[in-house]
Design a binder for this molecule. Structure first.
Ligand SMILES: [Zn+2]
Length: 268
């Protein structure tokens, strides 16, 4: 695959990087990333991955764009209110970079559909905002041996970790089980500063890009936390993969996917 002049120019700031080059850019163009959730995290992640020339990007989201989304979900505009988020996201991404094939899935992930959704992708980005989806994505990725980036944002805080099969702990090694229903407020109840999605969602895109190119250190075995009010990033080293983990451990007790009860949450 030879680059066109237009591609050489479009990706020139990547190609000039020793760590990327033509070889790395080709890896991005051949890369396939699935983004689950086209919201606060998924919007910036999808835009940076499209701009970077990740050749195939899947977007999963059942929701429509709501006016209250626009404070942070920058892939959608005012004229998109009422439109399916996956459609609005695809239009923005295609307008930005015609090299990118955007596959849209207008559905929520469930135990029924998730294995099918993730199977053709190299890397998964969890851009969801509720614990049932986060545990489902973790368990499915562990079972399907797919790397993924976990992230969560609320108020002025964000966190991030990356799971790579066989290389470190999974989300469940660290967080065990979803918290009791209503124990943790949703972003709708608690609020979130809009730029937090930009900070943490962009870091998720960065993890996907590094994974596809094969450079640098991923947040594997580490949890990054960000406190915007203090403007402090911390990286905590996590214990090694937990041999007793219910899903990735030596004798897993979770061998089928679980649909935990959905906390009242509408992604807004
Ligand atoms: Zn585990």
């Amino acid at each position: 695959m030879a680059f066109t002049n237009e591609q050489m120019e479009r990706y020139s700031r990547h190609i000039i990087l020793q760590e990327v080059g033509v070889k790395g850019q080709k890896k991005l163009l051949n890369g396939k990333v699935l983004i689950i959730g086209a919201g606060g995290l998924g919007a910036p992640a999808a835009m940076y991955l499209a701009a970077a020339g990740v050749g195939t990007i899947g977007i999963v989201d059942a929701d429509e764009v709501d006016l209250s989304n626009l404070q942070r979900q920058i892939i959608h505009g005012t004229a998109d209110v009422g439109k399916a988020k996956v459609k609005s996201a695809k239009e923005t991404m295609n307008a930005m970079n015609p090299d990118v094939t955007v596959n849209t899935y207008r559905e929520f992930v469930t135990s029924e559909n998730i294995m099918d959704l993730i199977k053709d992708y190299d890397f998964i980005i969890d851009g969801t905002d509720n614990f049932p989806a986060k545990f489902l994505i973790n368990d499915a990725c562990v079972m399907a041996k797919k790397p993924f980036s976990h992230a969560g944002i609320i108020r002025f805080k964000g966190q991030l970790m990356t799971y790579v099969p066989g290389e470190g702990p999974c989300y469940r090694c660290v967080f065990k089980n979803p918290p009791p229903k209503d124990a943790v407020p949703t972003c709708k109840q608690a609020g979130v500063i809009g730029a937090m999605g930009g900070v943490i969602g962009s870091l998720q895109a960065m993890e996907a890009i590094k994974y596809l190119i094969g450079v640098g250190d991923l947040l594997t075995g580490k949890l990054l936390t960000f406190d915007a009010l203090k403007m402090e990033f911390h990286t905590v080293k996590l214990p090694k993969a937990n041999g007793g983990c219910a899903v990735c451990g030596d004798h897993p007790t979770i061998t089928e996917l679980i649909d935990y009860e959905q906390i009242e949450c509408d992604g807004k």
